[in-house]
Design a protein around this ligand. Sequence first.
Ligand SMILES: [Zn+2]
Length: 258
Amino acid sequence: MKYFLTFCITCFFSISSSYALTILIDPGHGGEDDGAKAMTLGKVPQELIKEKDIALLISQKIYNLLSAKNYTVFLTRSFDRTVSLPERAAIAEKTKADLFISVHINSSPESSAVGFETYYLDNHNDVAIKKVEKTENIPMKGDEVVVQQILVDLVVEQTVSTSKPLAQTIHSEIKNSVGRKYGIQSRGIKPGLFFVLALSKRPGVLLEVGFISTQKERVRMMNPKFQDDYASAVARGIEIFFKNQKGHKSKVKIKKRH
Ligand SMILES: [Zn+2]
């Protein structure tokens, strides 16, 4: 099985380089899957705020900004519908996306948890990472885990040299603009085993915008002005990433289908 997967993925990543121009924005969750949620406080009637809704609003703003800049941009969902992780991966395949940007909202049992963080796919073993993975991944067991682990290892090998600098560029834009403007703490750039990133087989990042479980952050993330600022930072980060790739003459290794 491993050799078969190696063959397939090697074909997929084989040497065909181009500057990445197609971006797939992936609003986390949707439809039956609310993602993280929390009730509004001090408001009557109380309202249930859902990760899937905020993720979609921010993703649409990133989509609009990049579409206006001559990139080919797609969304894995443009309204509230259920999209499985394999379906998201299939959309990445169909659209021949060069980059995959997944947008999520964090949650924590600690009501004081704050900050934004940026993940890229890496098979790094860490307790803190595992905690986040649990909320963003599909439950799997037995052989499924083994096969997916092989897939992750192979995809990491092919994408990490692009995903990591992409994460660094986007995160630093968020930190220098949104972080400073709103006084929000950066929780850093982290490796993580997110199957939505692995299955997409693309260089990509998973963004955790802030904590829905923390009132101050929840209110801020519902504010359209904040959503605009965050989306602008992400779009700028992607543009800078492309410029840097061009400047260093190290092209993004992306596959064109054979
Ligand atoms: Zn999520």
